[in-house]
Design a protein around this ligand. Structure first.
Ligand SMILES: C[S@@+](CC[C@H](N)C(=O)[O-])C[C@H]1O[C@@H](n2cnc3c(N)ncnc32)[C@H](O)[C@@H]1O
Ligand SMILES: [Mg+2]
Length: 934
């Protein structure tokens, strides 16, 4: 661990905060009766001198009746507050010490006895409670089961009982059956009949006739088939659908018992609910043999010999509790609202959705309803570019799914006081808590920036991991989302590769400012290894090369024309798609369809193959291609007809067909501003500037450093110039592929028409901070709007490398003028007042594009360029486009033109070639091809 003061296990100070109402409930249970009355507020109602009666606001008063005393609350604006106030008064009056309100084990044992007697009393029979249905149906059970309620049910559906049992044995949290001996022990102190197998109980005396009659009068049993899922204990066996045939007057747990191969409901154990917070979906499993034998030994201690049961890893993973043997996942039971049975179908699809909802990526996919397309993006660039649930919310869901504590989010404000060291101040996170789920709009004062720390604790308050990002944000909410996403990204990598060594985990955590306690972490995620094993996810690694691989079959609906819109990093692509499962010759089943699906380019927001394909499409174009089937659980989570898809998948030889149409592209704000606010657009003005330099210098060779999608090279082809050889270098293969496609079409057409003098064109994949002798000594070098996309030190390095080694006769470098941003921001805010997102974006980032690592003022740029020129015997002149020379605040895009001083520069031959050729075109080849065709 990197932290110096790291103890073996960090424990958060445990504070028990029970609300006054909870304390009263614990002490008095149903014997505490709250009665709230509405009181018309007459105070201040009339205005002095005004003879009009206005209806006063409504206030509430609550009286709380307890066995010994009744208290009346203050007047409150809300009902809830009135109850709260009454409870507070009662605590004060009865002299209850809130800190002592957690009962001791012995007190809890006594209270369990009291609670049991109440549950089996006549009084309980008339209340509506999740247990009432069980009691009612118990009286409809036949023969020796008549009137018996399973012990496991009693403890599970009565929160008071379970809380008391947890006080006696906290281990119950993860081993639910441990509750049974505690209840049996208490039952021995109440005259209750216990069934032969000791796992269910009933009252010794019959219920009064009116109770029994009410039940017997019930309607004819209605039978229903409910979909459930069987989760076999052995991981080799597949999870399968199952039908439960239940009736209104039958006991559903007896039906489940039958499916589990045990005699009756008493041998069925039930997990806590899984999946969504409000869901009644639970796992049902049979009590292991040894457990039943041991229960009868009156030890009252831990009863299950764990060695004997076989842990059902999938079921245990889903519930976070130890589950043995085969299990059934079903949504069925009684609620607080009625004693009638309530149920929902649980399909295979639901099972797989619950499963993938345990991974950060899965939570994100489900939030976008795009399981076979979306992936959790690796960066939170801007709020307006983010789609789907926000990182902070995904992190909270993730923690809930894994039974970890709610993440502790600690926003910090960085107060930069001149002359003092930077100070970090804790900001009030409650403020953003109430502000749209963490999307606080708080913008720091001048110079103020925000950071955020996030800590994740286990349920027992052990620190599992914490993240302390170094990056500052102008908005507190952005800092929070960024930190949350860092944790999610790291966790996601773990889920994709749970067998990763601790060393690798630590190293990858360190890279993104995360520290974790390996022991604690592994303990929390122990089971994930066996459940999310190899190729669980449609792994990015497996697919990164499939985008345009040979196995990919394309069919394109229109001509190969490009739209001219650049799908660069930060653009939003909007597509419609359908994804099918192909099996055999003619079997094609729809898995997922989305009419409008928008995602940000460059942050891995979709599967790599999808992004690779989309970035080469033009608006309006449709493409169909195939990829291999890898992750069955994702497909199963997407498919509606799960059973059919499962059988197809099992028959093997399937593939996935993606059918995509690119509907529209929203370019990054910078590009939109450049087009909307300048005429001609700023990018065009830069091209014209370069063109002028080419003409003036009669350049024959040109290298474009950071050529991107080749927009400069493409534009140059439209004009007659002296250029014979053009080269582009970039690190983005995606952009290069796009550039190759455009340039190939243009050059070929022009050569065929005899209207181009270009003899050779090459695109290299490489970094412009690395030298490659093949592009040495060119007549002209261009580097337009590139340096600001590199870290500042890299921009300095590029300056040295280009002038010292590449040695172009002329070098043109353009970059945004930071001082001009005020004008841009003013214009966008004014022009887009009706679009709050745009406004936020321009306010939130001080740079024009979130991918910019810096933006220089004129002084900074001049300083960089002048020193560089002097160092390498170049001269430099300054100019720009957008704006007027000499008028504040200068040009929108500032340009430096370097000129080599004399021809006395070193020769570099036979130096390693560091760049990879992506595309190499020569006019000679083209002529030969044409000749062959003729
Ligand atoms: C805003 S784009 C400019 C593209 C093009 N020059 C234009 O004006 O349209 C910036 C480009 O710089 C590229 N880039 C950033 N760092 C680079 C590096 N170290 N080596 C090569 N290219 C780089 C990016 O991949 C991206 O294509
Ligand atoms: Mg830029």
């Amino acid at each position: 661990m990197g932290s110096q003061e790291t103890p073996a296990v960090a424990l958060k100070k445990k504070t028990v905060t029970l609300t006054p109402k909870a304390i009263i409930h614990q002490k008095f249970g149903v014997n505490a009766v709250y009665k709230v009355e509405e009181v018309q507020n007459s105070d201040g109602n009339g205005c002095p001198g005004l003879n009009l009666s206005r209806k006063g606001s409504c206030l509430f008063r609550c009286s709380l009746q307890l066995p010994e005393v009744t208290v009346v609350s203050e007047l409150c604006k809300k009902k809830k507050d009135a109850e709260h106030s009454a409870a507070e008064k009662a605590i004060e009056k009865l002299g209850i010490n809130p800190t002592l309100s957690i009962p001791t084990a012995q007190e809890a044992r006594d209270e369990v006895v009291g609670r049991l007697s109440y549950l089996f009393s006549d009084a309980f029979y008339t209340t509506v409670h999740p247990l009432s249905g069980h009691f009612r149906v118990a009286l409809l059970r036949k023969d020796h089961l008549y009137g018996y309620v399973p012990v496991s049910v009693l403890s599970l559906f009565d929160s008071k009982l379970i809380n008391l049992c947890k006080c006696i044995n906290p281990e119950i949290e993860s081993k639910p059956w441990l509750v049974v001996p505690l209840i049996l022990e208490a039952a021995a102190r109440v005259p209750l009949l216990i069934s032969e197998n000791h796992l269910s109980m009933r009252r010794p005396s019959p219920y009064p006739p009116e109770v029994v009659e009410a039940i017997d009068n019930s309607n004819l049993p209605e039978r229903t088939c409910i979909k459930a899922v069987r989760v076999p204990c052995s991981s080799d066996k597949i999870v399968e659908p199952l039908l439960l045939n239940v009736s209104t007057n039958g006991y559903y747990l007896d039906v489940i018992a039958q499916e589990l191969g045990v005699t009756d409901a008493s041998k069925v154990l039930i997990s806590r609910s899984v999946g969504k917070a409000s869901s009644e979906t639970r796992l049902y499993f049979s009590a292991p043999q040894s457990y039943m034998l041991n229960v009868s030994s009156d030890s009252g201690e831990e009863v299950l010999n764990e060695q004997e049961g076989t842990l059902n890893t999938r079921a245990s993973y889903l519930s976070g509790q130890d589950i043995y043997g085969d299990a059934i996942l079903a949504f069925i039971g009684y609620t607080w609202k009625s004693t009638d049975i309530s149920y929902e179908d649980v399909s295979l699809r639901s099972y797989y959705r619950i499963l993938i909802n345990k991974t950060p990526d899965g939570v994100y996919k489900l939030s976008r309803e795009a399981i076979l397309a979306a992936e959790l993006p690796v960066a939170f660039t801007t709020r307006s570019n983010w789609r789907g649930s926000y990182p902070r919310d995904i992190l909270c869901t993730f923690c809930r799914q894994h039974r970890l504590s709610v993440p502790e989010i600690i926003p910090l404000e960085n107060l930069e006081v001149p002359g003092l060291h930077k100070k970090l101040k804790l900001t009030d996170s409650r403020e953003q808590e109430t502000n749209g789920g963490g999307l606080a709009e708080s913008v720091a004062g001048v110079g103020g920036t925000f950071k955020c720390e996030i800590k994740i604790f286990s349920r027992s308050q052990e620190l599992v991991l914490w993240c302390t990002p170094k990056k500052s944000f102008k908005k507190q909410s952005d800092a929070i989302q960024d930190a949350a996403l860092k944790i999610l990204t790291w966790l996601n990598n773990y889920f994709k590769n749970p067998k990763m060594s601790v060393e690798n985990l630590t190293a990858s955590a360190h890279e993104i400012d995360i520290q974790f306690y390996p022991q604690c972490f592994i303990k929390e995620f122990e089971l994930c290894q066996s459940v999310h094993n190899t190729s669980r996810l449609l792994s990015s690694d497996c697919l990164s090369n499939t985008g345009l691989s040979k196995s990919t079959i394309f069919s394109v609906n229109d001509s190969d024309h490009m739209s001219g819109i650049s799908l660069s990093t930060g653009s939003l692509a909007c597509i419609s798609y359908s994804i099918y499962l192909l099996a055999g010759e003619c079997m094609k089943e729809l898995l997922e369809r989305n009419e409008e699906f928008e995602f940000e380019i460059g942050v891995k927001a979709v599967f790599p193959h999808l992004e690779a394909v989309v970035t080469q499409m033009s608006v309006g174009q449709s493409i169909t291609y195939n990829v291999e089937v890898l992750a069955h659980d994702l497909i199963m989570a997407a498919a509606t007809d799960s059973e059919r898809i499962l059988s197809l998948l099992n028959s093997g030889g399937c593939s996935l067909e993606y059918s995509i149409t690119l509907l529209r592209v929203t370019e990054p704000l910078e590009e939109r501003m450049e087009q909307a606010l300048f005429s001609p657009p700023l990018s065009k003005q830069r091209v014209e500037f370069a063109l002028q330099q080419i003409r003036e210098s009669c350049a024959a060779s040109l290298i474009d450093f950071g050529c991107g999608s080749g927009s400069l090279l493409e534009s140059l082809l439209a004009y007659p110039t002296s250029l014979e050889k053009v080269v582009g270098v970039d690190i983005s293969q995606r952009s290069l592929a796009r550039a190759a496609k455009i340039l190939h079409t243009k050059l070929t057409t022009k050569t065929e028409a005899g209207s181009s003098q270009i003899k050779s064109a090459v695109l290299y994949d490489g970094s412009i901070t690395t030298f490659d002798s093949r592009v040495y000594g060119f007549d002209i070098g261009t580097c337009l709007e590139v340096i600001e996309h590199m870290e500042e030190d890299q921009a300095f390095l590029f300056g040295d490398v280009v002038l010292r080694f590449f040695c172009p006769k002329v070098l043109i470098v353009s970059t945004p003028n930071f001082e001009y941003n005020v004008i841009l921001h003013k214009s966008t805010v004014q022009g887009q007042e009706d679009d709050p997102d745009e406004k936020n974006q321009s306010q939130s980032s001080k740079f024009r594009n979130h991918d910019h690592k810096f933006e220089w003022t004129r002084e900074q740029f001049n300083d960089w360029a002048s020193k560089l020129a002097e160092k390498h015997n170049y001269s430099v002149t300054f100019s720009g486009v957008g704006g007027v020379d000499g008028v504040e605040p200068g040009y929108a895009s500032q340009i430096a033109v370097f000129r080599r001083g004399g021809d006395n520069f070193p020769e570099y031959v036979n130096i390693n070639h560091h760049y990879n050729v992506i595309w190499d075109w020569s006019s000679q080849q083209q002529f030969n091809m044409l000749k062959e065709l003729k």
